[in-house]
Design a protein around this ligand. Structure first.
Ligand SMILES: *Cc1c(COP(=O)(O)O)cnc(C)c1O
Length: 404
């Protein structure tokens, strides 16, 4: 078989339907976010980033940078091993304590990413709890889906945020089977928020565990950045809270927070936790600084929500179609892969605005979009520039304005 020819023919299909991914080659400018230098074949120029998940700009916070530098000076670059074999630094231990405290749980367990946290935890629970049925929201992130698939256990997919469908599926299952409901708080593409309390009520009624992915909410919501469950006073009702250190906390890594026994179980049985080198101590140190800062300071959160509000007001003023939702994610729906990419290309080339097109399979076909993520570091001028650029492109686009 001519393997490269096979690969090329598969890739051509992505090119043909406009979903082939091209990465922007960026150098983010510490101290000057949301500015970044973009490198391209025809030279380099500065762009304003409008699609970062570093929601609060903590990736350039002086406390975070100082903590990371100090940890490198203290302990060097890498961790030197898996958690079990020399790779547990004092920073890892302190960070797990910090995370457990953030979510009001006994324990927390670190992973190299949020993806791995979801995959390894759901995979391990599903594979090792005899007869477990996982009830998974239809819009769950790929990392949860892959974990459930890997677990090989029984599963039921319930319609997104649909309590009646969830209850129907819980009621139809064997009452004696152990159950787990897996869902997210803020859904990353539509920015809608799950009815956490009602889901916990159903979990109680049917004796199910609850597993909540708060990746897009930690740092951003709750009086101490504990997420939507903290804001709504529901943390203690969740069996597992999963999060990332890579989005609002501005660093990298993933985690779960849960009971001592559950964390110890995953620590002891999850391949994706055991057989991989632990995070560099500097990342753990940066995460601690970021979490501690956001636990006691709301100014980033307040300015963030202010940016979100300001951009929505301007988009509404000009009838630019964005999904209304109760979160900080502002999806600008284009509904066509090629047009989405066209708008994104021109924004980058002519307006020096970087807004990555989001196409299938990240979102369903026909809902292709530009996912705007406002940041406290965006100025009023940045917002006006983006909205003016979108206005001129949107009127040039063959799509009806105001129809999402
Ligand atoms: C980004 C994301 C993850 C994965 O987190 P990483 O730390 O980036 O690996 C998990 N769940 C959801 C909903 C996400 O959007």
């Amino acid at each position: 078989m001519d393997f490269d020819r096979f690969f090329q023919s598969q890739l051509q299909r992505l090119h043909d339907d406009g979903s082939y991914r091209v990465f922007a080659d960026l150098e983010r400018k510490q101290g000057l976010y949301p500015l970044a230098t973009r490198h391209a074949a025809n030279g380099s120029n500065d762009v304003t980033v409008w699609c970062s998940n570093d929601y609060l700009g903590m990736g350039q916070h002086p406390k975070v940078l100082a903590a990371m530098k100090a940890a490198i000076e203290c302990c060097g670059a890498g961790s030197g091993g898996t958690r079990n074999i020399s790779g547990t630094s004092h920073y890892h231990v302190a960070l797990e304590r910090e995370l457990a405290e953030l979510h009001g749980k006994d324990s927390a367990l670190l992973f190299t990413s949020g993806y791995v946290a979801n995959w390894a935890t759901l995979g391990t629970l599903g594979a090792r709890i005899p007869g477990l049925i996982i009830f998974s929201d239809a819009s769950n992130h790929a990392s949860m889906i892959e974990g459930i698939r890997y677990a090989g256990c029984a599963k039921a997919i319930w319609r997104h945020n649909d309590l009646r469908d969830l209850e129907a599926k819980l009621a139809a299952a064997n009452p004696t089977s152990p159950k787990l409901i897996a869902f997210e708080s803020v859904y990353s593409m539509d920015g809608d928020i799950a009815p956490i309390k009602e889901i916990c009520d159903l979990a109680d009624k049917y004796g199910a565990m609850t597993y909540l992915d708060e990746v897009h909410a930690v740092g951003v919501y709750g009086p101490r950045g504990g997420g939507i469950a903290e804001r709504e006073g529901l943390m203690e009702r969740l069996t597992v809270i999963e999060g990332t250190l890579a989005k609002a906390f501005g660093v990298m890594g993933g985690y779960i927070a849960a009971s001592r026994q559950l964390c110890d179980f995953v620590r002891s049985f999850a391949s994706g936790f055991i057989f991989t080198t632990s995070l560099p101590p500097s990342l753990a140190a940066g995460a601690i600084a970021s979490i501690q800062h956001l636990k006691t300071n709301s100014s980033e959160r307040v300015r963030h929500q202010e940016s979100v509000r300001r951009i929505r007001v301007q988009l509404n003023r000009y009838g630019l179609p964005h999904l209304e939702n109760p979160s900080h994610i502002v999806p600008f729906i284009v509904g066509d892969a090629a047009k989405c990419k066209w708008i994104s290309d021109i924004l980058l080339e002519d307006f020096h605005v970087y807004l990555q097109p989001i196409n299938y399979p990240t979102v369903p076909k026909g809902t292709e979009r530009l996912r705007i993520t406002p940041n406290p570091t965006h100025s009023e001028a940045d917002i006006t520039h983006l909205v003016n650029a979108l206005r001129s492109l949107w009127s040039n686009c063959a799509l009806a304005r105001g129809v999402a």
